[in-house]
Design a protein around this ligand. Sequence first.
Ligand code: SAH
Length: 415
Amino acid sequence: MSETLDIARKNANAPTVAVPVQDVPAAEESVSAMPSLVGLTRTALAETLGDLGVPERQRRMRAAQLWSWIYSHGVTDFDVMTDIGKELRTRLAENFSLGRPAIVVEQVSSDGTRKWLLRFPPRARGEAPVEVEAVYIPEHDRGTLCVSSQVGCTLTCRFCHTGTQPWVRNLTAEEIVSQILVARDRLGDWPGASRPTDGFVPDAERAISNVVLMGMGEPLYNFDNVRDAVLIAADGDGLSLSKRRITLSTAGVVPMIARAGEEMGVMLAISLHAVRDELRDELVPLNKKFPIAKLMEACRAYPGLSNARRITFEYVMLKGLNDSLDDAKALVRLLKGIPAKINLIPFNPWPGSPYECSEWEQIEAFADVVNRAGYASPVRTPRGRDIMAACGQLKSESERVPAWKRRVAEGEDAH
Ligand code: SAH
């Protein structure tokens, strides 16, 4: 039996205690009415400085200074930026914030996984605040942050909890990047900051070494914001995450896959889950639009694909549905010629979920077939199941409020 599988099995049966954490900033304190500088591209940041009256010849340098304070040091107070003149600091503080989203709930799983429910303030008058979840998964030699790209999701994959929450809106680049910043705050992952003492954080230089776009939402349906956020995360003068350590997972938005490679250059993961269109149509309804053959074509053409930069195919193990050895063999045939890793994900249940997780013996046998064909096929250890933080368990209460309902609510507030 593989070591990974062994760990996966032990963890799945581990006693589970979710510990809600109390000492997080109160929701209201973190909400700022002023626009944030977080999430602006370098060009937009320089332009913003221009609007504040910074002469053109200074803009690039000032933007670089701000960039470093925001993304290398995690500073949230302009006054700390001592290499920027007092006058400009004051002007910045009068017009912009570097505030973080409010942490509504922080939970630490018995296995060290942390989940944050984050609240973003309305972007415009009349809009409701929205909530999304982000998850931190520590391992011995790395720490992975799983971030959301949308509030809710349009895809309605049958086995995914987020899929039961109607799509509310896309997250902005600021909101996507902010998930990384707030997680670094909480993990003491800035120079000179101290790591939390509750729960396990790897003893590595960086608590967050990897980022996966595998939280709520379909990242390729929010392309521009996700791209801007990824480029900020990968910027060598700031958060400095290597693009090889940023993975974007898609259910298969075929027309956007090439652009993801060209404009972001991140590692690609595909939520495959079935090898026949008939079953995939049911599990991942997006398949009706972009069937398996088209998806495979897009994968083969993914820019930068090589043995050193493989595509990860995610495959959720659903008892009696997609877990037969014939399926495993068909999977191997389907991926022939594509530099690939296969990530078997034991199905994570959620309240009311219509499926069951495959038996461990079956997962093992399935993994064997795939391994023997020469593919690495790690079984993804279920992490944070006790706090509903595992793959496909994320969801928030946010819903889309129709305009007339908002008007009624605002009218009522005024009386
Ligand atoms: N929309 C993107 C991003 C979500 S990634 C995508 O589909 O790839 C989340 C991963 O967890 C996807 O592979 C998804 O299919 C998988 N997943 C969803 N629900 C799950 C569940 N209940 N158990 C295990 N994996 C699940």
